[in-house]
Ligand binder design. Sequence first.
Ligand code: AR6
Ligand code: MG
Length: 308
Amino acid sequence: MPGEGLESEFFGCLVGAAIGDGLGAWREGRGIAEIEEIEHLGERLEQLTYTDDTHMTIGVAESLIESNGFDGEHMVQALMRNHEAEPWRGYGPGPPRIFRMIKNGESWHSAASKIYTGGSFGNGAAMRVAPIGLLYYCNPAKLREIAYKSSSITHSHELGKEGAALQAYAVALALNMAPGEEIDRDAFILKLQKFAQNQIYREKLASMRKLLDEQDRQQIVVALGNGIEASRSVPTAIYCFLKQPRSYKDCIIYAVSLGGDTDTIASMAGAISGAYLGVNAIPPMWRLKLENRAYIEALAEGLCQITT
Ligand code: AR6
Ligand code: MG
């Protein structure tokens, strides 16, 4: 178990993402729920089993570590190998179709653009991008470049790629703050606004400031969304972190309570919160219940080693 500092934050990010996924999976596709209901759910569950969000995050981390940085061909193979071993993790429809195309001889450079109009704008690239936010946390330009490249394996639509870059940048910003440092939420949003290269995300980020004190969760869902599209889930996850910046537990419970694509939104919010607060801020009760925790922690350690 790491103490404080960077390693604790790397652990917090990946473990935090996986726990959000495992808890959120129980409410996927449902409506807004009472906070108390989600609290009880978190206490009741005996195991937190993760879904495709964490499974793909593991693949991204494995590939970055084995390649000592980004190697597209290697990452494709890692994602495909993992999917083939455990296809039951709840993958969105797009990635398995792309993996089949590549297996049948299509180049991984072009496969993603052959599904949907203009490629996928689902949140599948953003949900797995946390290791890239960790690895390139000091270099926003490189972070964007690698977030885009890793996205384009399965999500080649501009909104899918930009969602991944924003989520990675939010992880990097969180990592760059000390856990004890009081968070300036307006400044955090402003940095994201300046980084964003797409108008839809810029507008959502701008609207987020006015929503920070909004208590009606229905208003949050109407304004930011809770869907499987990257543009209707990445801003929401960032908002969940900013709504509850001092408590990993409250952040995750709030995210799951919003309903919709709860596993992915809670996973992305958990990655940001964990990167800010560190692994020791995550309730031990949840850490102990997380499936495959030792392996996820080993990946966090591996990423930390190649960063420093
Ligand atoms: N045009 C129309 N619909 C689209 C487009 C587009 N260009 N792109 C995506 N969609 P997908 P994911 C819709 O299949 O992002 C799992 O539960 C389309 O309906 O790329 O990897 C994960 O945990 C498509 O099926 O999957 C995530 O929560 C859907 O967006 C979630 O699914 C998802 O895009 C998304 O996974
Ligand atoms: Mg999922």
